[in-house]
Design a binder for this molecule. Structure first.
Ligand SMILES: Nc1ncnc2c1ncn2[C@@H]1O[C@H](COP(=O)(O)OP(=O)(O)OP(=O)(O)O)[C@@H](O)[C@H]1O
Length: 307
């Protein structure tokens, strides 16, 4: 398996506070890696360490198979990044901003600028200065800037933040295009699951600086378990009866109103019968599929991951 980016036990302590702890991420060539976690989880700090903007307290970063050091300029030149909000020269146009950027990077190539502007659909906005751009246009220009130098890896920190649904859809399509057509590996952070799950091949979930899970979307979909859910006014008695009489252990009480049974071996009919025979009122009992959202909510212990 070819990895474009790996971190090994990456750790950052700021002011004696553990901000990132022993994070080992593995990003494969060509994939979109969704980096999901609530605000303040440590995503930006990790991205800054990967781009040499912040020095790790300990641990290692491996980019394109090479260990990242303070002088890894060649490796950094193979990446395009937007970390926090993209900053532009406000009075200049989109093209002028890209030209300046390319000159600064020592990579002036008119065709690359044309291609990048076309990819993000800004090729016809010729006279407008960036100060008159919408947030979505600025995000798209940020991506254009990150891809003008033909990077192999794109690192984008919350690129969808603050965009309207149409802007989000545009960016999502752009990500897929960059990944599938141009083979660019992407590390994209977000605190919103709905944005990430539609584009990512692999998801890394982080909370309080700890990587809780790194899993492919395919595996996640397989892991989504079925359960039986019913509504009752006496959850305590119901859980007691189900565990004592049917031996069901995998039970969860939601809001003191609903009970979920994660045990496929007992038929729904038998559960209903047992509850009724024990004088427990049961409203609406049904078989359900737990959603992806619940899976992540459980993992994050209620952290914000949905819009
Ligand atoms: N230079 C710094 N000095 C001290 N603390 C910092 C510094 N940079 C970040 N932090 C703290 O590290 C924690 C993680 O911040 P970080 O920006 O990495 O999180 P995040 O997951 O990207 O969240 P957000 O989406 O809100 O930016 C926060 O509590 C933040 O206050």
């Amino acid at each position: 398996m070819a990895y474009v980016l790996r971190t090994h036990q990456l750790t950052k302590v700021f002011d004696e506070k553990d901000i990132v702890t022993n994070v080992s991420m593995n990003i494969k060539q060509g994939e979109i890696y969704g980096f999901l976690g609530p605000n303040g989880a440590g995503k930006t700090t990790i991205m800054k360490m990967i781009t040499n903007l912040v020095k790790p307290t300990s641990g290692e970063i491996e980019l394109f198979g090479q260990k990242l050091t303070p002088t890894s300029y060649n490796v950094l030149g193979r990446m395009g990044t937007i970390i926090e909000y993209p900053i532009f020269y406000d009075k200049l146009t989109a093209r002028e901003n890209l030209e300046l950027h390319c000159e600064y990077m020592g990579y002036y190539n008119k065709k690359a600028i044309d291609d990048a502007l076309e990819l993000v659909k800004l090729q016809n906005i010729t006279n407008k200065s960036v100060k008159d751009f919408s947030l979505g246009m600025k995000q798209r220009l940020g991506i254009a800037r990150a891809i003008t130098t033909k990077p192999e890896l794109l690192i984008l920190d919350e690129p969808i933040n603050g965009l309207d649904p149409i802007g989000i859809k545009d960016i999502r399509e752009l990500f897929k295009l960059l990944s599938k057509e141009y083979g660019i590996t992407m590390l994209v952070s977000s605190h919103i699951l709905g944005e990430i799950e539609l584009v990512a091949d692999t998801i890394g979930v982080i909370n309080h600086g700890v990587l809780l899970e790194e899993v492919s979307m395919e595996q996640i979909r397989e892991k989504n378990t079925d359960y039986i859910e019913f509504n009752t006014n006496d959850c305590n008695k119901a859980t007691y009866v189900l565990s004592q009489q049917l031996g069901i252990e995998n039970i969860r009480v939601i809001d003191q109103r609903y009970i979920r049974i994660y045990d496929n071996s007992i038929p729904m009919k038998q559960i209903t019968k047992t509850l009724i025979m024990n004088d427990i009122d049961v409203d609406s009992i049904h078989q359900k599929n737990s959603s992806l959202e619940e899976y992540f909510m459980n993992l994050l212990g209620g952290g914000v991951v949905n819009a």
